[in-house]
Design a protein around this ligand. Structure first.
Ligand SMILES: *Cc1c(COP(=O)(O)O)cnc(C)c1O
Length: 403
């Protein structure tokens, strides 16, 4: 084995330069804390971008993974497997879904959702009804199709020609949807209940209810991208439950695996019919290791105490950040639901989210950005209250340094 030490400089010599990682290289974690190569400790309010929903090295997840690792790793979709069947059954029991497709990332689950929406319309209404209506500022992944459906033009630059048949309306603006939706052309409307990447911007209830009505009027499918909001993140298993609006297709990834790559597309039995044998697939999708871990995540986060705990932790974190924001004049608002929070920088500090993130790391607390104007928090759903308090103390020190 190659045991020569590695450091941040090596990144530039061996990695494609599409990321700009910080200097810190974490080597181990426990709960909501992690340690770097120099054994410095950090409190984790980032959760691997809304992924490590039960913190680091959660004994239940370690147990589920190692137990499955000793049994069976992979056999392909030529055969099904027990963990995948169990997980699909749980997801159907706990949500609106009647059918599940497994993938390995959010982008891949969305790719499946968009392909299903196209094919459903093609099957029932013919090839002209293929348009996907999405929203400015939305994020749906980095494959060519998902990045094209996404509403951030900069992510598509230089990768054109993009797939055709995609239009973008204004988020939280039903009138802009009415102008673009049509029975002849629109096959699906795709929306994040809370726009994550572009600044933790919640959809209003009227907006999602209005989208549901417009989709029904125009025979279009309503797709909720819950890759960031799903699997307990907002204090419900899926955010649609807060809104009382049920989608036709829902995608889940990030928190679903608690740090192990897994994703799911949920839908109804009738819609699922449009992906018959041979129309779509994924080699690793439904892998036993991934499904065993996700099962443990779902079993844990769907417990009532855990969901109630998310609301309590959210309050504590939100209030603490708001106090810091007011004391130093850095945040105008803390928005979001559950443990997906966006601290919106005041005008004076707009564009400077990165400075707060870097100063946080210096003080031993990890936060995220969501665009340059928002400090985003997406910690473990079971982060101890003492860790929240410690993170707030450290973040206050970081803010003192920046201002
Ligand atoms: C992160 C994210 C994706 C992409 O997920 P990957 O696992 O990176 O492919 C898609 N949609 C939303 C809303 C996300 O937050």
């Amino acid at each position: 084995m190659n045991i020569e030490p590695v450091n941040r400089e090596l990144f530039d010599n061996v990695m494609v330069p599409n990321y700009a990682p910080g200097a810190v290289i974490p080597v181990r974690g426990q709960g909501s804390r992690f340690w770097d190569q120099q054994d410095r400790e950090y409190v984790d309010l980032a959760g691997g971008i809304a992924v490590t929903s039960l913190g680091h090295a959660h004994p239940g997840l370690v147990g589920a993974l190692t137990e499955q690792a000793q049994k069976l790793w992979h056999l392909s979709n030529v055969m099904t497997n027990e963990p995948a069947l169990r997980l699909a059954r749980s997801l159907c029991e706990l949500t609106f879904a009647e059918r599940v497709f497994f993938a390995n990332s959010g982008g891949e689950a969305n790719e499946a959702a968009f392909k299903l929406a196209r094919r459903y319309a093609w099957t029932h209404f013919g090839p002209d009804k293929h348009e996907i209506l999405s929203f400015n500022g939305s994020f749906h992944g980095r494959t060519l199709f998902t990045v094209s459906v996404g509403g951030q033009a900069k992510y598509l630059e230089g990768f054109e020609p993009a797939p055709a048949g995609i239009v973008h309306a204004e988020f939280n603006n039903l009138e802009s949807v009415r102008q673009l939706i049509s029975t002849e052309k629109t096959c699906a409307v795709v929306v994040e209940p809370i726009q994550g990447e572009s600044g933790v911007i919640p959809a209003t209830p009227e907006f999602l209810q209005g989208l549901r009505e417009l989709c029904d009027q125009h025979n279009a499918l309503l797709v909720f991208d819950e890759v960031q909001t799903g699997a307990g993140r907002t204090g419900k298993l899926y955010a649609y439950e807060h809104y009382g609006v049920t989608p036709d297709i829902l995608t889940s990834a990030k928190s679903l695996g608690g740090g192990f790559p897994v994703a799911a597309m949920l839908t109804t039995a009738a819609i699922a019919e449009s992906l018959p044998v041979g129309t779509h697939g994924s080699t690793y999708g439904g892998n036993p290791l991934a499904c065993a871990v996700a099962q443990k995540v779902i079993d844990t986060v769907s417990q009532r105490e855990v969901m109630k705990g998310v609301a309590a932790r959210s309050e504590r974190l939100r209030n603490g950040m708001m106090e810091i924001g007011q004391r130093y004049g850095v945040f105008s608002e803390v928005r979001g639901t559950g443990l997906l929070l966006g601290c919106v920088l005041t005008e004076q500090w707009q564009g400077k989210a990165r400075e707060f993130l870097d100063a946080g790391l210096d003080e031993g607390v990890m936060v995220l950005m969501a665009g340059a104007d928002v400090v985003r928090l997406a910690p473990s759903l079971i982060i101890p209250e003492a860790d929240i308090d410690e993170a707030l103390l450290r973040f206050e020190q970081a803010v003192k340094k920046v201002v």
